[in-house]
Design a protein around this ligand. Structure first.
Ligand SMILES: [Zn+2]
Length: 382
């Protein structure tokens, strides 16, 4: 069984060890040491990275009592090992932050933590009951208060008798000795991972998102430098938005609300002006006993129908209004005089112009994927 150095001291990032086995596999070399500070992938947490001798550790897993390091080269004898300390510290911050939040939620609402993932960018955890936004805010405030108190984080193996008297959270049934991690007054949980020694090392605890999940809630959380980097990105975004709106970043939401209301009003005004312009242009069209075929620029289907209706009585048999281009295709609306059945025209357009269209006896609409010259030629023959 490999001696787990991280069990006793989470801050060992360099150590000497003896290689017990190093076997080549299709994925790399599976290396077993007599002692290791590399934490394996376990309980939703990524494994440590680093070096053993002069080879890289690609992955670390737990197999029975053995910790297997997957390395990109062969090693033997006594080796000097180094863990990527900044990644490990980062995970210790996130992980200990999770303990604090779970302990508070358990104490206030009695919920259990039923899911946990500590990835390279984000930490998520799930509770088996819902929390409102106000409750989340309260939990976040209490969690940061526990950080500010700089409480000690203690990992220990209680005796069987001691364990019976201890009230602690546990995510699963555990075989063998149970390691308890205690943050006084905040949380007591069975856990085998490395944690920071005092809560002050965690830095800021920030919830970045939450969603209803399996009848409970999933929370996204960032701690320490991850939270600071997230703050910087969001601040930069807010500053850019505020600069566009010519306001202070703290007023950006209020200004943006007014901006969207103004934009909506402008859209309504533009729409009404376009409608009036269409009606004026249609009123100026001379009455003819021929068909009217019009190609309009950037006109939506509503405006196409409006134009066709406004030209009612001004054409012989058929009026068709189209908008689009040869590359993207054309959308259209078409109406006919009383003697025409437009459903017959729709059928002919589907056959000759590969149109996708439909409608009533009086009016049809849809799209055409054909070139303008083909469309003009089709209507010229009607
Ligand atoms: Zn833990």
């Amino acid at each position: 069984m490999t001696e787990k150095l991280y069990d006793k001291n989470a801050y060992i990032f360099e150590f000497e060890a003896r290689v017990l086995d190093c076997t080549e596999t299709e994925h790399g070399f599976e290396t077993v040491l007599d002692r290791t500070a590399f934490f394996p992938e376990e309980g939703g947490q990524d494994c440590d990275s680093g070096t053993i001798g002069d080879v890289r550790v690609k992955h670390v897993s737990l197999r029975g009592g053995q910790i297997v390091h997957l390395t990109d080269g062969s090693v033997s004898g006594q080796v000097h090992c180094m863990i990527d300390g900044s990644s490990r510290l980062d995970r210790m911050q996130q992980h200990t932050g999770e303990h604090i939040v779970c302990g508070i939620v358990h104490r206030l609402y009695g919920y259990e933590n039923v899911g946990f993932h500590l990835g390279s960018d984000d930490t998520t955890f799930d509770f088996d009951g819902p929390l409102t936004k106000a409750q989340l805010d309260e939990v976040e405030t209490l969690a940061n208060s526990a950080v500010q108190q700089n409480l000690p984080v203690r990992g220990f193996y209680p005796s069987a008798g001691e364990l019976e008297t201890l009230d602690y959270r546990s995510k699963k049934e555990i075989d063998g000795d149970i390691r308890i991690v205690e943050i006084e007054g905040v949380d007591r949980c069975a856990c085998c991972a490395p944690h920071v020694a005092r809560t002050g090392e965690i830095g800021l605890i920030k919830f970045t998102d939450s969603m209803a999940y399996k009848g409970g809630i999933r929370i996204h959380m960032l701690c320490g430098m991850r939270a600071l980097r997230d703050y910087a990105v969001k601040q930069k975004n807010l500053e850019l938005i505020a600069a566009e709106l010519s306001c202070k970043p703290t007023n950006a939401a209020q200004f943006f609300k007014k901006f969207t209301a103004d934009t909506q009003l402008l859209k309504q005004n533009v729409s009404e002006l376009k409608r009036q312009l269409t009606l004026l242009r249609c009123a100026a069209v001379e009455k003819t006993d021929k068909n009217i075929i019009l190609f309009e620029d950037n006109t939506d289907t509503g405006a196409l129908r409006l134009t066709v209706n406004a030209l009612d009585g001004k054409y012989g048999k058929i009026c068709a209004v189209l908008s689009g281009n040869d590359g993207d295709g054309y959308s259209f609306a078409a109406a006919g005089a009383d003697s025409c059945d437009m459903r017959e025209l729709a059928k002919a357009m589907r056959e000759k112009l590969s149109a996708r269209c439909g409608g009533s006896e009086k009016m049809i609409q849809g799209s055409i994927h054909a070139e303008r010259s083909e469309i003009e030629s089709f209507f010229a023959k009607l």
